[in-house]
Design a protein around this ligand. Sequence first.
Ligand code: C2O
Ligand code: CU
Length: 552
Amino acid sequence: GKARHFKWEVEYMHWSPDGEEGVVMGINGQFPGPTIRARAGDTIHVELTNRLHTEGVVIHWHGIRQIGTPWADGTASISQCAINPGETFLYRFKVDKAGTYFYHGHYGMQRSAGLYGSLIVDVAEGEKEIFQYDGEFNILLSDWWHKGSHEQEVDLSSNPMRWIGEPQTLLINGRGQFNCSLAAHVSNSSASPCKLRGNEQYAPHILRVHPNKTYRLRIASTTALASLNLAIGNHKMLVVEADGNNLQPFSVDNMDIYSGESYSVLFTTNQDPSKNYWISISVRGREPRTPQGLTILNYHPNSASKLPPSPPPIAPRWDDYEYSKSFTNKILALKGSPTPPPTHHRRIFLLNTQNFIDGHTKWAINNVSLVLPATPYLGSIKYGLNAAFNRKSPPDRFRPDYDVMRPAANQNSTYGSGVYMLRFNTTVDVILQNANALRANVSEIHPWHLHGHDFWVLGYGEGKFTEKEEAKFNLKNPPLRNTAVIFPFGWTALRFVADNPGVWAFHCHIEPHLHMGMGVVFAEGVRRLGKIPNEALGCGLTGKMLMNNLHN
Ligand code: C2O
Ligand code: CU
């Protein structure tokens, strides 16, 4: 593989992602950040300089397993110290597997602030893609609020909590329209039509195609909150990749995508070539208060400003969970993909609840709401700095009599920074158990994302998981993924092998939920690691340790 070098500077800048000017986190003056394109086997070097004036920063490479380089995972308090203003950190890691990935901030709520971009890995030099296509596009989906991420953070942490509400705008490659609608001419809403010249920061990213060709559309979602449904008007999509893993291809009219997920679909431009078509994204799983995000599939040689003559695709009803489940159940591994070990060594049950701690609304896992320590776990575990975090491991199960269908009898929870220590090379099952939130009859969607690994998704079910359900696990062709959703009042079963030395976050990818404690930390094989680069350790107790080493 090749070495690919990048020099990036992160800064706040004025930007109009949706036509209203606000402040975003940009990289080298761009929003979203630059797209990284590499080949499997390449080594990426990103020299990241923090040009923010008053806060730290880190960048996480979502979906890259960081085999042998856990200090490059870019998680503040977990894999490294946040990079201070004016400082530079070198992210050096191998992209070992082709696929559609992205990167984003992983400190505070910097992902909500717009710190993200795409990371595309092509097959290794000399290898062939297993799917055939004539061209490709890449879209990164996000959601945007007019209130800044710092104010959102204060709102979420206050007592009583002030919820951030629904996003103002959905963005496709960082572009959306708040003040106007591309579809004004075909909708009966009062929205004014967009008068765009095409060079505005919020002008849509147009997909230009030729008739009768097949294209690959890469899609990743880094939304802070929204679950989305994507459609290309009049065109079918063949889903072929999820989170960097090949799928048994299946055809759909529209597809769901949750925060943290990525897909590739193939579509053929076999429709009336005298027209252009909509590409739309719509909110799922929460009552939508955000207009559809739109862009145009532009058939050559039509003008890109020729708008489709009919309204954008209609999304399935936001609360039609059966629809979402039927899509999710179609996702299976391509024949010949790695299959899971037939049995597990350890099974961890994780109950997802909404709670109060001293009047503050929190999310908790087995009644522990995650707070991150001042010293990153990777260094504190490696060097045995026992005072750095809660030494007691969080529980592997929750009370068997817990009623997941009702608000908790005791709504109080506790903070914790404990770690699930996994024996190296063992097979771990995780049963994510959803439950009723604080309000009766409410249970939300949570897309869970694991760092450092892909996992097999063995199955989904309704209500409380019982050992009997194990008979229904799919051990034959379960998809390998790094993100899997739990549906309201349901459970999701995952399996992975703890074979990647490091400390890995496992959390809900909804940014406010993570911020309110919805995550756990896994550690495995840390003592096998060689030297951790000093620049990942210069804070907290590992920072003190480095100072002492200097003085001795
Ligand atoms: Cu994309 Cu820990 O997240
Ligand atoms: Cu969540």
